[in-house]
Design a protein around this ligand. Structure first.
Ligand code: ADP
Ligand code: MG
Length: 238
């Protein structure tokens, strides 16, 4: 079980109060999308869940266990960033195997897992290449593959497609949706893109200035936006 539950979560950077009493209940296997204007705290919330930042107040649990003080590597989460952050000197294979090596998995297991994921993401022909020999879409696939090989219960995506051109974005959106159906993992996905949010999400969380403005399915938010702000983000006719 990999549900993610936030209770009255707060985040301050020194005097700057960025996240205000956020309550969220993201169910195991759900595809949850965070939307909201630039600077509203989407990335910060992901980083709190990943353990890349400490929470200043409240409680965060993953899979029924409070993880406020649990190290990132022990949370069962993997994060995919907007900038792919691949290791330039390593091959695609080694980029994908790197986290498994750190986790002291045997070479056989590393090989088995990387090959299985390469097949899912159609990276089999590219395993010997270096990142600079790949297109933007291929690099992003490697970054996603690197997260999948770790078999996390929870994937965190921070605007993973925003550096891709429009047609590739559409293609990757479809691939990610298929991947979610296949892996059945919990996915938390930050995007600016209304179409991504509406087509991919089971649940959309609309954030505004560090607070949750509204939570619901795409259809609920579209037909019953609580206010003009939500309507504007979701593209409701209201
Ligand atoms: P979003 O991803 O929605 O654009 P962020 O989570 O990146 O927003 O940022 C939310 C707010 O927190 C912004 O006002 C940003 O300036 C501030 N912030 C983020 N990280 C830090 C930090 N390390 N120190 C101080 N302020 C930060
Ligand atoms: Mg951000």
């Amino acid at each position: 079980m990999s549900d993610v539950v936030l209770k009255q979560v707060e985040k301050r950077f020194g005097p700057v109060h960025v996240i205000h009493g956020v309550n969220l209940d993201i169910r195991d296997g759900e595809f949850c999308v965070f939307v909201g204007p630039s600077g509203c705290g989407k990335s910060t919330l992901l980083r709190l869940i990943a353990g890349l930042e400490d929470i200043s107040g409240g409680e965060l649990s993953i899979g029924g266990k409070v993880v406020n003080n649990v190290a990132p590597k022990d949370r069962g989460v993997a994060m995919v960033f907007q900038s792919y952050a691949l290791y330039p000197h390593m091959s695609v294979f080694d980029n994908m195997a790197f986290g498994l090596d750190l986790a002291k998995k045997s070479k056989d297991e590393q090989h088995e897992r990387v090959m299985a994921v390469a097949k899912i993401l159609q990276l089999e022909e590219l395993l010997d290449r270096k990142p600079k020999e790949l297109s933007g879409g291929q690099r992003q696939r490697v970054a996603i593959g690197r997260a999948i090989v770790r078999q996390p219960g929870v994937f965190l995506f921070d605007e993973p497609l925003s550096n891709l051109d429009a047609s590739l974005r559409v293609q990757m959106r479809i691939e990610l949706t298929k991947l979610h159906e296949k892996l059945k993992s919990t996915m938390i996905y930050v995007t600016h893109d209304q179409v991504e949010a509406m087509t991919m999400a089971d649940k959309i969380v609309v954030l505004r200035a560090g607070r949750v403005e509204q939570v619901g399915s795409p259809l609920e938010l579209y037909h019953h936006p609580q206010n003009q702000f939500v309507a504007g983000f979701i593209g409701s006719p209201k």
